[in-house]
Ligand binder design. Structure first.
Ligand code: SF4
Length: 333
C-alpha cells in the first residue's frame, strides 16, 4: 500500500492540527468577537452531526491530522459534547484533543470532559475583575469562570491555559494582576493580540496591545521574563517564564509578529465549511459533499484542495487586505 503523502500546502507547510467549531452559539457576547444583539445563529440542522464530525476527522487523520481543538462560539453550549470527545478519542492516530471554552459551564462539565478523553483546556478570560469582565463580555459570569478554573484544576486537568485578549486602552490594568495570577495559580496565561475579526467591525490597529509592550510591563512590575524553549515550531504562542521560575506567560502576536510561515492549522466551521486560514476568503463545503453521499476519497481530495490553496499568511498589513466575511464566533479561534 503506497504511503499517504503528507498534507502540505504550496509553501511546504505540513498540516497536523485541526480546529473544529461545534457551534456558533455562545452564552456571552465579547465585543471583539460577537454582536451584542440580534445575532442570527445557524439552524441546528445546518450543523454537522457528531457522526459527520467523526467521519471528517477519520478522513483527515489519514492525511496526517494528529491534534484536534474543539471551539465554538462556546463549545460547551453544544449538548452532550463529551459524547463527541469520546468518539474522537477512539480514533487511533489522534494524539491530542484540546478544548477552548469561556469557562462559564466548566464546573458542570469538567469531570465528564475528562472522563471522555479530553487532554487540554484553554479558558478564555480577559480580565480579573467582574466589572471589566462585564464590560468586555456584555454579560455576567466572572465568578462562574473562576469556579470553572478551580474545578478543572481540582479534578486533575494538568494542561490548563488562560487565554486573555489584550486590547490597548482597556487591558493595561489587567496585565500585572494576570502576571500574579499565573504565579499564584501555577497556570500559563497567554496574551492574544486583538485581531480584525470582530462582528461589529470596529477593529483598529491602534487597539492592538502588543506582546512586546506586555513583556516590558510585566518585567518592570514583577520580574524579568525569560524565553522558554519552543518544542513545536508550529505552535502559535511564544512562551516565557519569570526569571525565578514561578509563572509562565505566553504571547500570541498575529498582528505584530505573524507566525504564518510555520502554520500547520486547518479549520472546519460548525456547519461543515473547511477553512485553510482564520482569514481565508474561501471555503470548501464538506457538509454538502458528505450529505449527498460523497466518498471518503472525495472528502480527502476536498481537504487536500483546500490546503493547497492556502495563502502565505493573513495579509493584515497588505494594502489589499479584506476582512473575512465571517466573524470570530462563526469560525472558532
Ligand atoms: S493567520 Fe492564517 S496562516 Fe496565519 S497563522 Fe493564522 S491560520 Fe495560519
Amino acid at each position: 500500500m503506497p504511503e499517504t503523502p503528507p498534507l502540505l500546502d504550496s509553501y511546504g507547510r505540513p498540516h497536523a492540527d485541526l480546529r473544529i467549531s461545534v457551534t456558533d452559539r455562545c452564552n456571552i457576547r465579547c465585543f471583539y468577537c460577537m454582536p451584542n444583539e440580534h445575532v442570527i445563529f445557524q439552524e441546528r440542522s445546518m450543523l454537522l452531526t457528531f457522526e459527520e464530525i467523526e467521519r471528517f476527522v477519520k478522513v483527515a487523520a489519514k492525511l496526517g491530522i494528529r491534534k484536534l481543538r474543539l471551539t465554538g462560539g462556546e463549545p460547551l453550549v453544544r449538548r452532550e459534547l463529551p459524547v463527541l470527545i469520546e468518539k474522537l478519542a477512539k480514533i487511533e492516530t489522534i494524539e491530542d484533543i484540546a478544548l477552548t471554552t469561556n469557562g462559564l459551564l466548566l464546573s458542570r462539565y469538567a469531570q465528564a470532559l475528562k472522563d471522555a478523553g479530553l487532554h487540554r483546556l484553554n479558558i478564555s478570560l480577559d480580565a480579573l475583575s467582574a466589572e471589566k469582565f462585564e464590560r468586555i463580555t456584555r454579560r455576567k459570569g466572572f465568578r462562574q469562570v473562576l469556579d470553572g478554573i478551580h474545578t478543572a484544576q481540582a479534578i486533575g486537568f494538568e494542561k490548563i491555559k488562560i487565554n486573555a485578549v489584550a486590547i490597548a486602552g482597556l487591558s493595561e490594568e489587567e496585565i500585572v494582576p494576570f502576571g500574579h495570577f499565573a504565579r499564584e495559580q501555577g497556570l500559563e496565561v497567554r496574551f492574544i493580540e486583538f485581531m480584525p475579526l470582530d462582528a461589529e467591525q470596529n477593529w483598529q490597529s491602534n487597539q492592538v496591545l502588543s506582546g512586546e509592550k506586555i513583556i516590558t510591563m510585566l518585567s518592570e512590575a514583577i520580574l524579568p521574563l525569560v524565553p522558554c524553549p519552543r518544542p513545536d515550531p508550529s505552535q502559535p504562542a511564544t512562551d516565557y517564564q519569570f526569571e525565578d521560575g514561578r509563572g509562565r506567560i505566553g504571547f500570541i502576536n498575529p498582528v505584530t509578529q505573524p507566525f504564518c510561515s510555520t502554520c500547520n492549522r486547518l479549520r472546519i466551521t460548525a456547519e461543515g465549511q473547511i477553512r485553510n486560514c482564520l482569514f481565508s476568503q474561501e471555503e470548501w463545503d464538506a457538509r454538502s459533499l458528505m450529505r449527498k453521499g460523497g466518498t471518503d476519497q472525495e472528502l480527502s481530495e476536498l481537504i487536500r484542495a483546500c490546503v493547497l490553496a492556502k495563502k502565505a499568511g493573513h495579509g493584515i498589513h497588505s494594502e489589499d487586505f479584506h476582512r473575512p466575511a465571517r466573524a470570530m464566533y462563526q469560525i472558532g479561534g
